[in-house]
Design a protein. Structure first.
Ligand code: PAF
Length: 278
């Protein structure tokens, strides 16, 4: 892959890159179409990265289907599908990690210790292998996008990071490979995530400035659904991810909820009256 990337760069062509953990859905495919339109060559990777899963998380049951993914990636315009094995990326003796101090101290980082260290490490490795000019990440993983932007800035990676809008099912559920785990009943419960984010957006637009009031309304809606356990609901600054004291500027509302045994995340920007959209 590194050799191919170097050849492409030497020929003066550009590379767009979409890193994934596979089990592709329309969200991934939209990132790929975006990448296809951006650069001369589109590379996608599929690698279920073990270092970003905690000991009690779903690494072993993470859904995988390489044959289906290959066909979908080809349809979406991927020129090179990079599918390394675990030993290729983490050979015996591997011991160098990339970690950040502040951003992982919020949101998912609190309930998934070590997760973002795994993400920054694998993304740094993939950038060094794929040598992209552009890399595209979904805004659904809002914190991941912020962490990667910061890593690229802090470590002077020569790549432009592009955030792409969350793709949703017609009923609002954000696309995620983990949706495959939801039973019919749990899928219905899961709709509350987007519903309460959309309600929060309306509350903010109507002038509600108190983040706690908005969070409490959302908490009540989620708790009313079967088999839901809230991990966090936060209203925070889109760059620092620190909780805000008032919704008096565009802020991000982010949440993580376990529905049955499946942990789902989602987020939405809230805009107080008169504020510009980002
Ligand atoms: O978002 C994902 O699928 C993963 O976190 C990523 C960026 C591919 C790193 O393993």
């Amino acid at each position: 892959m590194q050799y191919r990337a170097e050849q492409i760069r030497k020929s003066g062509k550009t590379i767009a890159f979409v890193p994934t953990m596979g089990y592709l859905h329309r969200g991934h495919l939209s990132l790929m179409v975006h990448g296809h339109n951006l650069a001369d060559h589109l590379v996608a990777s599929i690698f279920v990265n073990p270092t970003q899963f905690g000991p009690n998380e779903d690494l072993s049951r993470y859904p995988r289907d390489l044959i289906r993914d290959t066909a979908l990636a080809e349809e979406a315009g991927v020129d090179i599908l990079f599918t390394p094995g675990e030993k290729d990326l983490y050979p015996a003796g591997f011991e160098t990690y990339v970690s950040q101090t502040a951003l992982p101290e919020h949101l998912c980082g609190l309930s998934r210790p070590g997760h973002f260290r795994g993400v920054t490490t694998i993304v740094a490795k993939l950038f060094n292998i794929v040598k992209p000019h552009f890399a595209i990440f979904g805004e659904k993983d809002f914190q991941q996008l912020a962490v990667i932007r910061k890593m690229v800035k802090d470590l002077n990676f020569d790549v432009e990071i592009i955030g792409a809008a969350t793709i949703r099912e017609p009923d609002g559920l954000a696309m995620s490979s983990r949706n495959a785990f939801l039973s019919e009943t749990h899928r219905k419960s899961a709709l509350v995530l987007y519903r309460c984010l959309a309600d929060a957006k309306q509350m903010a637009a109507a002038g509600e400035k108190d983040p706690q009031k908005i969070i409490k309304t959302c908490e009540a809606a989620i708790n009313a659904e079967a088999d839901t356990v809230i991990d966090y609901i936060a209203i925070c600054h889109p760059d620092t991810l620190a909780d805000v004291a008032a919704v008096d500027q565009p802020v991000v509302m982010a949440l993580a909820v376990k529905v049955g045994s499946t942990r789902l995340i989602d987020n939405l920007m809230l805009f107080p009256p008169g504020s510009e959209t980002l």
